[in-house]
Structures are given as structure tokens and as C-alpha cells.
Design a protein around this ligand. Structure first.
Ligand SMILES: Nc1ncnc2c1ncn2[C@@H]1O[C@H](COP(=O)(O)OP(=O)(O)OC[C@H]2O[C@H](OP(=O)(O)O)[C@H](O)[C@@H]2O)[C@@H](O)[C@H]1O
Length: 190
């Protein structure tokens, strides 16, 4: 018998069904979230929160902006990754985690093509969920996940396309589904 005719090893089956993401939709201010919430937005890898909701993040969370900026300039950040920043503002105010999904390398006219942004979104969100699970083993409480309609503004990708990617994510492991709240201000079509 030639070595190539050896039977393939039997597949291994896990009882754990893959985890999936469910999305719930909410109208209002994403920033008016309870303490420990994770606020999720899409970012470039260049270290700039210069426009759109990123600018609002920069204003409200200057220390988180510094953490993001330092991360971007201190190493070559890959798209499809995520930076999860623990609550780090000094003001008395809400203690929010900030999650930066690197869905496009650059911004403005140099932003990645929609297909690339969508691919990056899938892997960045998977990485985020792993980081959230790890952080849940730590001392700082990690609450619910809140996301804006990522990619749908400055990055120019229709929200419905990002939604399909999010709903198609499958994660190893058990523990039921993961809910992400999608927040928008209700002025998307105004
Ligand atoms: N103040 C505010 N409060 C609440 N909701 C707000 C808001 N402003 C916008 N929204 C909504 O938030 C969603 C995402 O829309 P965005 O355009 O923000 O983000 P995006 O994910 O498409 O793109 C990311 C790049 O945009 C930035 O600008 P720069 O590249 O720096 O120029 C970054 O740095 C990234 O690189 C849309 O539903 C907007 O209606």
C-alpha cells in the first residue's frame, strides 16, 4: 500500500456548538452606556481619530485616544486586529472600555476597498471577542458590548454588508450566543 492511500484520521467532533453573534438595534447615544460597557468602533491603523464618531471618542476619552495613538505609532499595526483599552479616564465619569477594530489601514481617499474592510472586520471582531473573554478573567469588570454602525460612515461600506459579516462569525467554544448592541443616533437617513 502506498503511503498516500492511508485512510485519513477520523474527524474529531466537539460537542460544543460554535458561538454566534446576535445583534440588537437601539436608537440613542452610544456613549450613555452603563459603567463597564465596551464601546466598539472602527479605526484606521495610522493613529488618527480625526472625524466621525472617532472624533467624538477622542473628545470624550482622551486617555483612550493616547493609548490608541501610542499603539499605532509604536509598532506596525495589522488590519484585522483589535485593540481593547480598559477604562482609563481620570475624570469622575463612566468607566467604559474602548474597542478599536482596525478595519482599514488608512483613511480618507486611501481607505481600503469595501471587500477588504469587510474581511478585516470579521477577523478584528473575532479578536475582540477573544480579548473580551480574557478580560472577563481579570479584575476590571467587563459589561455589555455596544457598537456603532461601524464602517458605514467615513469608511463608506453599507451597514447591511457589515451586518452580514457580523452575523456570520462563528467562534470556537461553548457558552451560548454573544449579544452586541448596535447603537445609532436615529439620524442615519435624515
Ligand atoms: N458623533 C457621533 N455620535 C454618534 N454616532 C456618530 C457620530 N459621528 C458619526 N456617527 C455614526 O457612527 C457610525 C460610523 O461612522 P464613522 O464615519 O464615524 O466611522 P466609519 O466606521 O465609517 O469609519 C471609521 C473612520 O472614520 C474616522 O475618521 P478619519 O478616518 O479619522 O477621517 C475614523 O478615524 C476612522 O478612520 C455611523 O453610523 C455614523 O452615523
Amino acid at each position: 500500500m502506498s503511503p498516500t492511500s492511508n485512510p485519513a484520521p477520523p474527524p474529531t467532533f466537539s460537542n460544543a456548538a460554535p458561538q454566534t453573534i446576535s445583534l440588537t438595534h437601539h436608537t440613542g447615544d452610544i456613549f450613555a452606556a452603563p459603567d463597564s460597557s465596551v464601546l466598539i468602533h472602527a479605526c484606521n491603523t495610522k493613529g488618527s481619530w480625526g472625524a466621525g464618531i472617532a472624533l467624538a471618542f477622542k473628545t470624550a476619552y482622551p486617555n483612550a485616544y493616547t493609548a490608541y495613538h501610542t499603539h499605532c505609532i509604536s509598532k506596525s499595526v495589522q488590519t484585522g486586529t483589535c485593540l481593547l483599552i480598559a477604562p482609563c479616564e481620570t475624570d469622575i465619569g463612566p468607566k467604559h472600555w474602548i474597542a478599536c477594530l482596525f478595519t482599514s489601514k488608512a483613511y480618507g481617499r486611501k481607505k481600503d476597498a469595501p471587500e477588504e474592510i469587510l474581511r478585516n472586520t470579521g477577523s478584528a471582531v473575532k479578536e475582540l471577542l477573544v480579548q473580551v473573554m480574557q478580560a472577563r478573567g481579570g479584575e476590571e469588570k467587563v459589561g455589555g458590548l455596544r457598537m456603532c454602525r461601524i464602517n458605514s460612515g467615513k469608511f463608506g461600506v453599507e451597514w447591511e454588508r457589515t451586518k452580514v459579516v457580523l452575523e456570520g462569525i462563528r467562534l470556537e467554544g461553548s457558552g451560548g450566543g454573544i449579544n452586541i448592541e448596535i447603537w445609532d443616533r436615529g439620524d442615519e437617513f435624515v
